[in-house]
Structures are given as C-alpha cells and as structure tokens.
Design a protein around this ligand. Structure first.
Ligand code: NOJ
Length: 781
C-alpha cells in the first residue's frame, strides 16, 4: 500500500470506528435547531429504552465537587464512582481539566451506557479573565461587547472542560437593596433582553457542538429580583401583567436566542415557589415558548420546598418540583427519591423520561457524547488551569475596553480654571490618592469572580496611577484613610495631610465585593463605615476631590456629592480596573457608560425605577422647599420629606465632550393597530441628529423612549424602546435611526393579550430617561 493509500485507509477506519462508537456526525447547527434535530431525538429514544429507572434518575441529579475531589485521582473518588454507576448527570465547581477528564472517563468508559457528565460552573463575568461585573457590563449598553466578553469566558471555561455556565442572570432589579442587582443588567426589560441575547450568543457561539461553546443557563426563573424589601430569597408578589411585561421578557429573549438551559429561582411567586411553579415552568416556558432544553433547580431549592411549607418531606418536594417542570436537582439529592416514587406509582415514569430526554438532548447538542474529554490545551501540562494559565493579551484588551465602556461619569464640575476637573489637567503636579479601595485587588474582581480568576492578575488603581504619574512626572501621594467598613478616624490625619499637599485628590471609595451578590442585601445604602466622614474631612481642605466609586449597586450619595468635584461610578471593573480608570481619568478615553439602574436619594424611595406608572395624582416637580401641610398640594403621590425622583436617573451618564440632539423626526404620523397585530404594515421610523459640540471625540448612547396613552391599561411614563452607542468626532453629526413596530408597541392589555392597541404615543430621543426632545404619533384602529 502506498503511503497515501495507507493514510486514507486509516482515516476511513477511524471514521468507521467513530460511527460505531456513536459519533453523531451531526451537521453544524445552532442551539435551537440542535434541540429539535430528529437524529438527536432518535439517539435519546434509543438510550431511554436501555436505561434502568436508577440510571434515568441519575441523569436528573447534580452534585457539587466542593469538599469532594480535585486532582487526577477523581476517577476512583466518590464522584468517579458515582459517575461510573450512572448516579450523577452533572457535576459543578470542578475546574481542573485533569479532574474533569478523570470523572468523565469514569462516566464514559465505566458506566453501562457511557453517558457523559455535563460539568457546570458559575462563570458569571469571566472564567480566567476577570471582566467587570454584569451590572457594569450593562452600563456599556453594548451588546457586541457583552457577546465578545462572553465568548472569551466560553473559550476559557471550555478549555478547562466546563461546558455549562450558570449565566446570564437576567433578573430585572428595581431595588438597590437587593445584593444580586450586581449580577444582572439593571432595571429595564428592553435593555435586559438585548443583553440576554448577547450573553447567550457569546456563550453558545455559532454552534453549540463546537468544543469552545458552552451552554448558557438563564436564571433565576423568575421574579427573583422583586424580593420584598430587597431582601434576598424573600417573597415575591406581582400581577401576571407585571410578570409578563417586566420580568419575563429577558428570559423569553434568551430562550428565543437559543439558550438551552434555565435555572429555577429560590423565591415564591404569588404564593407558589418558583421551583415548583407549574405555571411559569411548564405553561409559559414549555407550552407558550416551546422551550426544549432543561431546567435545573437553584442550589438546594428543591429541598427548600419543605421550608416554604409546600412539602412535608424530601419525596414530596422532589415530586412537586419534577411535576412542575424542574428537570435537574441541584445538590440536595432529593430527586433520588423518584426511583421509589415511580415504583410505588406516585410518579409516572413518563415524567422522569421527559426530564431525562431534555437533559440528554442538551448533552448531545453540546457534542459531549462525541467529544467527552477536554484537551488540557489551555493549561500547561495538566496543571490546574487557575494556577498555570496566563491570560491571553487580546482577552486583557477586551477586559480593559469593557471596563472603560462601563465607567459612568456622574458629576464633573468646573475646577479653579473654569474647565471641568476631569480629565486631569496638564498643570496638576501632585495627586493624592486616598481611600480604602485604591489597592484592593480582590474587590476589583467583584462578587462571583470566576473560579479561575486571580487577584494577582488585577491591576489596581494605585498600581496604574503610580505607573502613569511616574511617566508624566507627577508626584503621587497615597493614604488609605480608613478601611471599607472602618469606624476609626485614626487614618484621617494622614489622608488630610496628603490632600493638603496635592493639586488634586482622587478618592477610591465604595463597597467591598462581598457587600453585594447573593445574600448581600443592605438596608442602608450609604457609603460603608466612615467613608463619608473621610470624604468630608478631605474635601474640607478645599482641594478638588474626584471620587472613583466602586459598588455593586446604586448608593445614596446626597450628602456626599456636594463634597465631590467629580464622581466616576466604576462598579467592580475586573482585572483591568487600574488601566481603564487611569486612561479615563487622564482623558485618553472619554467616559461613555450610562446608568442602567436609578440612583436613589434615600433608601425609603426603593423600589425606584424610571418606567413607573403615572398614578392618578402624579407629583411632577414637587417642591420640597414647600412641605405639604394639609393644603391642596398634600394630596399627591409624593413623600413629604423627599423628592420622588432619584439622584441620578436611568440612562444618565456624562462625557468629556458635549452632545446635542435634534427633535426626533417620524417617517409617518399614523400606524394601524390592526395591521401591526396581523403582521402587516411597515414600522414607523424615528430618527434624530446627534452632534458632538465639544472639542473631544466621544461615544454617546442615544436612547429612545415611548409613552402610550389612551390604552386599556395604564402604561409607564417612559419605556426604553431603542438605543445605540455611537462614536462622534468633535463637530461631527450623525443621524440615529430607530424603528417602532409591533414588538416595541405591544403590551399586555386588559384582556391579557400581548397586542398593539390604539393609542397616542409620545416618542422621545435623548441622552437619558429624564432628557430628550419628543414628538407624537397616533396608533389608530
Ligand atoms: C446559588 C445561586 O443563587 C445561583 O445563582 C448559582 O448559580 C448557584 N448557587 C450555583 O452556584
């Protein structure tokens, strides 16, 4: 045989063996179509026929590797043994490729039916490369960037063998007390839906079966962000209209974008825990949205049905969750009881089969049967990836860009010379860097930092500022002043002395990473500890104070803001915190992020959000200098001791340049509701000119809002229905174009139909939810 023929011969042999081993050779396809592929269904059918009841239930069980195994010995560990016996369908919290391969080997080679395990992890804002926290990512209003960052996370996680992330969290959050506000995209369903799609596309890639794609898990389904009082895990009660109008849309968008898994939530919804909620898990998700992937419970949420009071034992909890539509049980093992419950006739085997089918579908669509193992490519010679791997330079670049776009400039007053204090002026010769967050690397990563991220990779503000001031011949003084939650003022004198010697003070203030995130609810939203007093002491020197604020949520800053010449909200910016901040402070780049959450003036205003109803007694512009007594102006929807509006509105954010807007122009003045509802008629086009009237290049996030009046149910005073990030050179004008069609104009009406109704519509285009010029059009019958 010639050399060439022998090569062809071997290639054919390999292909035949591959087929024989069950290689699907499925053609490339996106996630949604993969879940409907008849060849996948055939393979699932074939497996289901061979599976014992124990093996089926095993697929529904997810365990965590914490306290369990790491390292190559895993195959003979309890996890490996469980996998070999087909007792576990999924494992999470394992990030060492060698350990993952080892458990996988036990499942694939030693279990009877060779069904692979799916390895999951909370890859929330980066796996190895720490990106800004999701709330910061949302402040970029840049779906392409969010998709790119998620792609990086998918590439890194999949290289470690993690093919499933518990992200994105798409819970709408209208209450800054709720710590998990940091994990989502803020308060708006339209923006939230756009970013939900971006995350799913980024994680799942072009084809779910590609080895660098990971399955998204959209969470927490549903209503979790509406916890009463902002207290985590708390009761949620809301109308079906609010549920469908506000809280469900990002989930629906993610499902439509092809997300293959969802996570049920911890909270009860209108009395029914969301982990046992047939209405949301089956009627809406499966029957209405035709979701074909699987649902995993949140951590021990099945067992918590006992605490909720809807189950008196683990078996009932398992039965209720399964029959409501939860396919996989995270951690608590209650689903183990399903074997017995099927045998005793309490649960039909068909219900178990359906859950197994959904899980196997996803495993097949991921290509796990064909390529169960991970090549330890990203990690040198099998070393644990979190210790061994270096971050690729291009990923760091994406992380820096993301951090830069997420910074929101909330205040920038004129300094002594009359021009704004930022960017830092060339005549600044000494800078005092003060504050407890100036060099706190772990806090820069924020809550839910990736399991493989490391504070060692973080460039802090102090490190980056030291480098930059060194290059520019600027003297840098540093004093922490206090601790994040400190109460002692022992460090104030040193901070004040540094400020006195400086031309400009940069203060790194805010929350630590653990003050937000899961179970990170706060009843007080001020700067922690005595940071506000430190700010006052430093600002009393008369030196201009630029505050860089790190936080996982909006804070109440009414008392602090007068002491700040400039305020830059930095959230938790990730590994490239320092470079992004320094480049922004020195004006290499202009801030361009905008708020996706309203900053309250007082905790008592929460929940606070821009897209509220007008009420019958609106209190527009209530004058606080005139406190209502028992006269006429008392009888409005207002506080007697605070404004209704927040301190900084949704959509707000300044730039180093200035943008002006023309009035919006409409392509037509009338639309027909009927035509839109029947899928006919072209949408209305709205456009407005945006001009950079300043002297620096900048990026503006142009926002379009509508208000509908004359409808069968009350509609919000404003609703975001379009946005665009656009870059403008000094003097440049661009026309932003939007289209308003059925999707933008429909809502859940009085008959609970999601349709367009006749209405008078006000459309405003501008720089925030509180700005913009407006025009009107009519939706006729
Ligand atoms: C509980 C959290 O609520 C959820 O978001 C997370 O994905 C799981 N734990 C797994 O860590």
């Amino acid at each position: 045989m010639s050399q060439r023929n022998s090569t062809i011969y071997w290639v054919l042999i390999v292909l035949l063996v591959w087929q024989g081993l069950g290689g699907t050779n499925l053609p490339a396809q996106n996630a949604a179509s993969a879940l409907s592929d008849p060849r996948i269904e055939e393979r699932v059918d074939a497996l289901l026929k061979q599976m014992t009841l124990e093996e089926k239930v095993g697929q529904l069980i997810q365990r965590t590797a914490f306290g369990g195994v790491t390292g190559p010995q895993a195959a003979s560990s309890p996890m490996g043994e469980a996998a070999a016996k087909g007792e576990v369908g999924s494992l999470f919290n394992l990030i060492d490729p060698a350990a993952i391969n080892s458990v996988q080997k036990a499942a694939v080679e030693n279990s009877r039916l060779h069904i692979p395990v799916i390895f999951g992890l909370d890859v929330i804002h980066g796996f190895r490369t720490g990106f800004p926290v999701p709330l910061a990512m949302s402040a970029t209003w840049d779906p392409a960037l969010v998709e790119g960052a998620s792609r990086v996370a998918a590439e890194e996680a999949s290289a470690a063998g993690v093919r499933w992330t518990f992200s994105p969290m798409v819970d709408i959050a209208r209450d800054a007390r709720w710590g998990r506000i940091v994990e989502g995209a803020g308060e708006d369903p339209f923006l939230g839906s756009a970013l939900a799609r971006a995350y799913v596309h980024g994680y799942q890639g072009e084809r779910l079966s590609d080895s660098d794609s990971i399955a998204a898990c959209v969470k927490h389904y549903v209503g979790y962000g509406a916890a009463e009082g902002g207290r985590d895990y708390n009761t949620v009660d809301m109308s079906e209209r609010t549920l469908r109008q506000v809280y469900l849309p990002p989930f629906h968008a993610a499902v439509d974008a092809g997300a293959v898994t969802l996570m049920s939530a911890f909270n009860p919804l209108n009395g029914v825990p969301t982990t046992a909620n047939h209405f949301t898990l089956t009627e809406i998700l499966r029957d209405e949205w035709k979701f074909r992937g699987f649902v995993v419970s949140d951590y021990t949420a099945v067992h918590e049905l006992i605490q909720h009071g809807i189950a008196r034992d683990a078996a009932t909890a398992a039965r209720r969750a399964l029959l409501a539509g939860v396919d996989m049980d995270m951690v608590d093992g209650d689903y183990q009881s399903l074997v017995q419950q099927v045998r005793s006739g309490l649960v039909r085997e068909a219900a178990v089969d359906e859950a197994v089918r959904r899980i196997l579908r996803v495993k097949l669509a991921l290509g796990l049967f064909d390529r169960p193992y991970v090549a330890a490519g990203f990690s040198p010679a099998g070393a644990p990836i979190y210790r061994g791997a270096t971050i690729k330079p291009e990923y760091l670049e994406t992380a820096r860009k993301a951090a830069e776009e997420s910074l929101v400039l909330l205040k920038n007053d004129a300094g002594a010379g009359g021009s704004p204090v930022l960017p830092i002026h060339a005549d600044v010769k000494t800078i005092a860097l003060i504050g407890p967050l100036a060099e706190s690397a772990p806090d820069m990563l924020g809550p839910w930092a990736g399991a493989a991220t490391s504070p060692k990779d973080v460039v802090t503000l102090r490190a980056a500022l030291t480098e930059r001031t060194g290059q520019n011949g600027i003297k840098l003084l540093y004093a922490s002043g206090t601790d994040i939650w400190g109460t002692s003022d022992a460090g104030f004198a040193e901070a004040v002395s540094a400020a006195r010697q400086a031309d400009l003070v940069v203060m790194a203030l805010g929350e630590d990473a653990v003050s937000s995130g899961e179970a990170g609810s706060r009843a007080h939203l001020g700067l922690p500890g005595n940071q506000e007093q430190l700010l006052e002491a430093v600002s009393a020197t008369g030196k201009p104070v630029v505050v860089v604020l790190f936080s996982g949520r909006p804070l109440t800053l009414v008392a602090g803001v007068p002491h700040m010449a400039a305020l830059l909200e930095a959230w938790f910016p990730g590994v490239q915190a320092g470079p992004a901040l320094v480049r922004t402070l020195f004006g290499d780049v202009s801030p361009s992020g905008k708020l996706t959450v309203t900053f309250p003036r007082a905790v008592g205003q929460e929940p606070l959000y821009y897209n509220a109803l007008n009420t019958g007694r609106p209190a527009e512009g209530a004058d606080l200098s005139h406190r209502p007594g028992f006269g006429e102006d008392r009888w409005h929807s207002r506080y007697i001791d605070e404004y209704n509006a927040g301190l900084f509105p949704f959509g707000y954010g300044l730039s180093y340049t200035k943008f002006t807007y023309s009035a919006p122009e409409l392509s037509i003045k009338k639309l027909s509701a009927r035509a839109l509802n029947e899928g006919r008629g072209s949408p209305l086009r709205v456009s407005a000119e945006v001009k950079n009237t300043g002297s620096r290049a900048g990026e503006e996030i142009v926002q379009l809002y509508i208000r509908e009046q004359g409808t069968s149910v009350a509609r919000p005073v404003r609703e975001l229905k379009g946005f665009q990030r656009t870059s403008l050179q000094p003097g440049e004008t661009k026309r932003a174009e939007f289209s308003l069609g059925r999707n933008e104009l429909k809502f859940w009406n009085v008959d609970m139909k999601d349709i367009v109704e006749p209405a008078r519509v006000t459309v405003c285009v501008g720089a925030s939810s509180a700005e913009g010029a407006c025009a009107e059009f009519e939706i006729t019958d």
